[in-house]
Write a protein that binds this ligand. Sequence first.
Ligand SMILES: Cc1cc2nc3c(=O)[nH]c(=O)nc-3n(C[C@H](O)[C@H](O)[C@H](O)COP(=O)(O)O)c2cc1C
Length: 190
Amino acid sequence: MDNLQELINSRRTVYRFSDREISQDILDEALLAASNAPCHKHTHPWKFYIIGQSSRQRLVPTIARLAALKSAKKNSVTVDADRVRAVGKITQPPLLIAVTSKKSEHDAFREKEDYAATVCALHNMVLSLWENEVGSQWSTGSITRDPETYEALSIDSAAEEIIGFLKAGYAETVRKVNKKPITDIVTYLD
Ligand SMILES: Cc1cc2nc3c(=O)[nH]c(=O)nc-3n(C[C@H](O)[C@H](O)[C@H](O)COP(=O)(O)O)c2cc1C
């Protein structure tokens, strides 16, 4: 895709990926795009943890515990299948990235601005991947917030917040999503 407007407007969250690997060149390009996001005061608050299969395996006990809690809450009769599905969501994507933003314990405004900047970086990454025909899904499931996840990935929860996992790969299917018309979201003031 060589048209920026088309690239932005065609991007959709992708939930199902083929097994095809993503090349290091494509990942590096996406990381470069992320690093060029705007950030107030040049804080560069973002970090990207590329989670390999060994690290994903370290997350499995936590995923299983969270899946069991969720199954119990909805009185599921397919507890084993629920767990297998939850584990697959972490082990299957060809690329899994934990995206963190710098915390500022004593400066709520700085932390908010840094969060905004990290979101820009994450979306730059998403669009860069999309240009290379790689789809992705930003995920903020309970696994991204659990203290055991920070421990398993050696992320210091006092200094950084995981703002989500980015799962990426070549799309098996791309959904159609209806967005609000721009007339619903804009107000012109004289
Ligand atoms: C902050 C944020 C968190 C999200 N978390 C999840 C998630 O936990 N699970 C999920 O299935 N999708 C998640 N999404 C993807 C949204 O569901 C998706 O963007 C929405 O359905 C609109 O579709 P589109 O991205 O194709 O335009 C998240 C998106 C954002 C921006």
